[in-house]
Design a protein around this ligand. Structure first.
Ligand code: F6P
Length: 565
């Protein structure tokens, strides 16, 4: 059945029942756990290596039953099947949405053919090409123009062409080859290129220009700055003759590109032989597992990159084949819908208790908010309810000493996902602390926080500690603050892939219930267009300056007056 007609979720019988149910059932996690010794077990599920405890959420079995009914009435299963099959569910761009095809293992049957394209063959061919290049860089066979091996890879990209690679690079630090490192340039603020090239040796630096469209102002500007930096530094070192052929030769050895627009790559001066492709059915924020991950394939190697892809695929298979009652991304997506549309939550915290995941919340901000920050459905009709919540977070325990106060005792309900791994990369022992296992201490915080949020502390408990009566209210914790605990064995390439795929599918489920196109991003277009229109006003075009609205015009004049020349 086609999923082309969105259903208004608020018009469903399930939604009306959920609202009534929510009005009648006051959340009481203390009482719910006391009354049901099986609650933790009943609400805990495994998806590949991810052990996910949903029991500290503000739901009963009836809530979950109604949410599953909501999924049925909004035809989430049809839309999921349509995505995996390559239907054009990205309606506003008339495209298939096939990031799941990027991680299908070689030889998967039946083969996937979409719009006449043999998707599996093309994906494998591009992976093979990327892996061969990565091996050459890792082994030292690929050298810079002066014959030195590459030591630093600088990825130039923004949005999905940056956030995924940088997040995964940080997450997989223990797997990065000795003697190789990556840097990531994204911001058009020239400070970014200046800082990221600081201290680099041009002879051992490789730039990867990563841009799906190869038309993004920030990336192309930064790529030109990097190219100039390369030429100037090589010349200064006496390693570059002063002619175009020599300059082209330097670009050929120090620049590669990743894009769906290989013609534009060539126009920039990068040899198409040094370019890796992908396809328009991969959204930018869903592309870290495509050749956009070339920096990662170099840093951790093809074998680890293959494990990374296998992690995604394991969650894809879980999502595709597990009944919704036990389907982790589906249940988590439905819980998010419940919090946004029934409980009235506006934000969602993601709190990794793993330092290597410190960029994961930033990565999720693009994935979730660029996907589900929409006010119209995929057929253009306006939504009649809230959609994408604000995702945010910081690694624990840093967040505990910053914003957890508001999660514990503020007036807002903030559902929070706590993510941890059982085996740390660095199992250090604090000799001065009585041989304390530091990771265990860290994990004690992970467990303590969700416990405190769920069960709180009553006035009686506070009084029993001898607290002065006037201080009691300030020291009461209401509890019933919803959390999900996700525990993985270790931060392996596979687990990182699993975590990304988990959130991709959670995002998908929310978008499917809301009837929105989670795969376009028209909202970022207007600002980009206006920046191009405003730019001349900053460089002496009086007419362009006169065309501005009073506020923008005055701000530009102020900037021009203050700018040091
Ligand atoms: O922010 C808009 C956007 O189109 C993102 O979706 C994308 O990840 C980013 O810009 C970068 O685009 P590109 O990879 O085409 O340079």
């Amino acid at each position: 059945m086609s999923s082309s007609t969105p259903v208004d979720p608020t018009g469903t019988a399930a939604f009306a029942a959920l609202q009534t149910h929510h009005a009648e059932v006051r959340p009481d996690l203390r009482a719910w756990f006391a009354a049901d010794p099986q609650r933790a077990e009943r609400f805990t599920f495994d998806a590949a290596d991810l052990h996910v405890d949903l029991s500290k959420n503000l739901v009963t079995e009836e809530t979950v039953r109604l949410l599953l009914q909501l999924a049925e009435e909004t035809r989430v299963a049809d839309r999921l099947a349509a995505m995996f099959a390559g239907e054009h569910i990205n309606t506003t761009e008339d495209r298939a949405v096939l990031h799941t095809a990027l991680r299908r293992p070689a030889g998967t049957t039946p083969a996937l053919t979409v719009d006449g394209q043999d998707v599996d063959t093309d994906v494998q061919a591009e992976l093979t090409k990327m892996y061969a290049f990565a091996e050459k860089v890792r082994s030292g066979e690929w050298t810079g123009v002066t014959g030195k091996r590459i030591e630093t890879v600088v990825n130039i990209g923004i949005g999905g062409s940056d956030l995924g690679p940088v997040m995964v690079y940080e997450a997989l630090q223990p797997y990065v080859q000795e003697g190789l490192s990556c840097r990531f340039v994204s911001n058009i603020d020239p400070t970014d290129v200046a800082e990221k090239t600081r201290g680099l040796d041009p002879e051992t630096t490789l730039f990867i220009v990563a841009s799906k469209t190869f038309g993004t102002l920030e990336t192309l500007t930064n790529a030109r700055l990097a190219r100039t930096w390369l030429w100037e530094r090589l010349s200064a070192a006496g390693a570059l003759a002063d002619d175009d052929e020599a300059r082209r030769g330097a670009v050929a050895k120090h620049f590669v590109a990743v894009s769906t627009a290989l013609d534009k790559v060539e126009a920039f001066g990068i040899d198409p032989a040094n370019a890796f492709g992908f396809w328009d059915w991969v959204g930018g924020r869903y592309s870290v597992d495509s050749t956009i991950g070339t920096s990662l394939a170099i840093a951790v190697g093809p074998e680890r990159f293959t494990e990374f892809l296998a992690g995604f695929h394991a969650i894809d298979e879980h999502t595709r084949t597990t009944p919704f009652e036990r389907n982790v991304p589906v249940l988590m997506g439905l819980l998010n819908v419940f919090y946004v549309n029934v409980v009235g939550a506006h934000t969602h915290a993601v709190l990794p208790y793993a330092q290597y995941l410190h960029r994961f919340p930033a990565y999720l901000q693009q994935l979730t908010m660029e996907s589900n920050g929409k006010s119209v459905r995929w057929d253009g009709s306006p939504v009649t309810h809230e959609t994408g919540e604000v995702f945010w977070g910081e690694p624990g325990t840093n967040g505990q000493h910053a914003f957890y106060q508001l999660i514990h005792q503020g007036t807002r309900i903030i559902p929070a996902d706590f993510i941890a791994v059982a085996t740390p990369a660095h199992p250090l022992v604090d000799g001065d602390g009585g041989d304390a296992d530091v990771h265990a201490l860290f994990m004690a915080n992970y467990f303590a926080q969700t416990k405190a949020l769920a069960f709180g502390k009553t006035a009686e408990e506070v009084r029993a500690e001898g607290t002065a009566e006037e201080i009691v209210p300030a020291r009461v914790f209401s509890g019933n603050r919803p959390t999900t605990s996700i525990l993985a064995p270790a931060l392996t390439p596979s687990v990182v892939g699993q975590l990304i795929a988990l959130y991709e599918h959670i995002t998908f489920v929310q978008g499917a219930v809301w009837g929105i196109d989670s795969f376009d991003q028209w909202g970022v277009e207007l600002g980009k267009k206006l920046a191009l229109e405003i730019a001349p006003a900053l460089t002496g075009d009086a007419d362009a300056l006169a065309d501005q609205d009073p506020s923008t015009g005055a701000l530009i004049r102020h900037y021009l007056q203050r700018r040091a020349t």
